[in-house]
Design a protein around this ligand. Sequence first.
Ligand code: SF4
Ligand code: SF4
Length: 185
Amino acid sequence: MESPISLSRLHADIDLRVQAIRAGQPRWPCARGCAACCRHLADVPQLTEAEWRLLLQGLATLPAERLGQIGRDLAALDNRQQRPIVCPLLDRSTNACPVYAQRPVACRSYGFYVQRDRGLFCSDIEAQVTAGSLADVVWGNHDAIDHHLASLGDARPLSEWFARWQDGKAAARQQSASLSNDLAE
Ligand code: SF4
Ligand code: SF4
């Protein structure tokens, strides 16, 4: 049976494909701050636990007010049917991802990978594909990415991971407060 690859190995594979495409196309548009894709997500991002643990390292550096806003935006999305959506993590004032180094695999591969039977390009890249200017690009195989991600375990919505994290922090604060009260008595 094929053994699952680690998230860091999957990142390294994606980085290799991205570097190869960039080497042949120096003006490739994908970069932090080019966020049309972050503003047109088909749904709330889904992450495996390994992706969530990495993302958490980035989220933990954000100010409490920002985390509070992210939590409220995620909760609002759970009750909203309308799609596409803007990623709740996106900093709308700078158009930049605040957790770019820790972003999920879908964000790393989008723009460089395709699925054979579905065009999943952003409109900027789609326009170049249609114009024929990217005819010699060797795209990454998104089916392979999905296969590797599936081997890492179930994916859950970002809203669920985030709510669990916040609930865990609230429970820890409550426990700490009640311990302090016990010691003071
Ligand atoms: S996929 Fe499209 S919108 Fe997203 S970073 Fe790349 S060029 Fe920009
Ligand atoms: S996690 Fe970051 S890169 Fe991914 S969609 Fe959200 S803002 Fe964009």
